[in-house]
Design a protein around this ligand. Sequence first.
Ligand SMILES: [Fe+2]
Length: 243
Amino acid sequence: MATTDATQFLPAQSHGHLESLGNDVWWVPGTMRMNWYMGISRNMVVVRSGDELTLLNPIRLDDTGEAALAELGRVRHLVRLGCLHGCDDAYLKQRFDAAFWCQADSRHYPEPPVDHALQEGGALPFADAQLFAFREVKRPECALLIRRGKGILVTCDSLQYYPNWERHSLAARLLMPRLGFSKRLLVGPLWKKFQTRKGGSLQPDFERLLALDFDAIVSAHGAPLMQGARAAARAAVDDAYAG
Ligand SMILES: [Fe+2]
């Protein structure tokens, strides 16, 4: 592993343990602290292929978490699925000397440089994967389908599932319902506003997304939805674009 001066990067934020989702896939329930009163959930997915680990929506773990990762395998790939999630990517690149995968023009976090540009039909870090790229968005966003079991769709901000408000601060719990969040699978309301062009719609993208074969969704916020996710996604898209 590369030597890292960890002080130049954001410290690891509060997070839980690696939790198995089956089929050599894990998730980590983490957090993102914006300021002293506002904190939200933030998740990472870990996929093992052979002894190689791929981190999707990567987040920095504490020393115990990094030791747990090392027990699973070697971190070889970092995949940024959404342009607004990337604050730990530069640290992880240095820490693990891993290949960094990202869509072109993801400039919100300019570091680290892209090793592999993500595009539909292009190369991916492990074999049983399929990339979905939103086309109508203002800033890069994609999702990755893990073709294992009945299919696990990993999203960043596009679809988010909240069975509860765990890992959200009191201020966030009070504010989020007023911003359009609720305890279900939904199209990220703030993301939708941020990403929709004037006069445009992301509905055609979501219709393409719904054609993928998946039964579970793990997004970068909230918690995994491990059954019935496609029907829930259908309902979320219908609700987001009703009327
Ligand atoms: Fe997000």
